[in-house]
Design a protein around this ligand. Sequence first.
Ligand code: GLA
Length: 385
Amino acid sequence: MTPLDKGLYDSVSAAFSKRFGQSPALVVRAPGRVNLIGEHTDYNDGFVLPCAIGPSTMVAASRRDDNAVHIVAVDFDNAVDQFDLTGPVGRNAEQPWADYVRGMIMALQNDGHALTGANIAIAGNLPKGAGLSSSASLEVAVGKAMLALANIEIDHTRLAQLAQIAECDFVGTKCGIMDQLISAQGKPGHALLIDCRSLELMDAPVPDDVAIMIVHSGVTRGLVDGHYNERRRQCEAAAGAMGVAALRDANLDMLAAAGLNAVTTARARHVITENQRTLDAAAALAKNDLTALGVLMAQSHASMRDDFEITVPAIDELVEMLQNAIGPVGGARMTGGGFGGACVAVMPAARVASVRAAISAGYKTPEDAAPLIMVERPGPGVAIL
Ligand code: GLA
């Protein structure tokens, strides 16, 4: 266990024992993720290139003899939630975090899994609202824990699909599959090139001398983001107008011929070009060509800023600062759903110290503080510890 995992393991286990008066039967860890490139492509049946990271959500759990689920959330001041598996289970209006747990458990039951009552403690060390998938990791961890308590094993891609259903249908964010899938299937030392139509996972090794840096802008996003669903609707409208199942199937010639309005055209142009950039980035990474990768990341960021309009000025400033500090070998872009959150940068490991120093000194969050900087290597997906 890494020191980071050990600290979280101890805190979730202690919270469980304090609340329920016994040690947990199991502890599950599901990681957050950073997406290297391929943004808002997943729900367009396209390609993404994420990797799992060190910070995670942990769920400590034990069976109960009844049908109740009792939950304590360490990161929300030990707030509690409680409901009955025999339902009906609605949303918890006061505690949005609880909906990810409720939604996941409902999705498992609706898929036919016979669950048992459970006591659950939850703790995480992912910054919330940073676009690093704290909610997906919560869903995946809860799903894995509930299934394990009932002695049920399912394929981790299926687990991710059920987590996505929880988020889309119960919580109401019409997200794609990327976050849940990489949290479930992450692989140490590797990013995964994911075909979000076939759900094929292709290994993209990250060379040992390459560092992945994540810098949180300090601008936080809402949990259920209206802008996100709006972007998805615009993409679906564009695909429909071009007569294709998804923007994955469109190209720039088709877009030019379609005569869509300027905004819809720009949204579709982002997705069409981003899909190609993602494939090209995976090829560049395979050749350890960080210069080419950096160019693609810069183009991705410009496309998110100008065509998809999901960046904010603080993020644009941070990306520019990162790129200047990195130089031509490597790159930076916003990562995740947008409207704030974190930036990802890829660079030779030897450059980490100077880039860190430049960003710590140069960038200030909206609260006028130095930003949170994490240097990561790709880690494993969900597991029982
Ligand atoms: C969020 C969603 C993902 C994906 C990204 C943008 O993280 O949960 O499904 O759409 O935004 O790439």
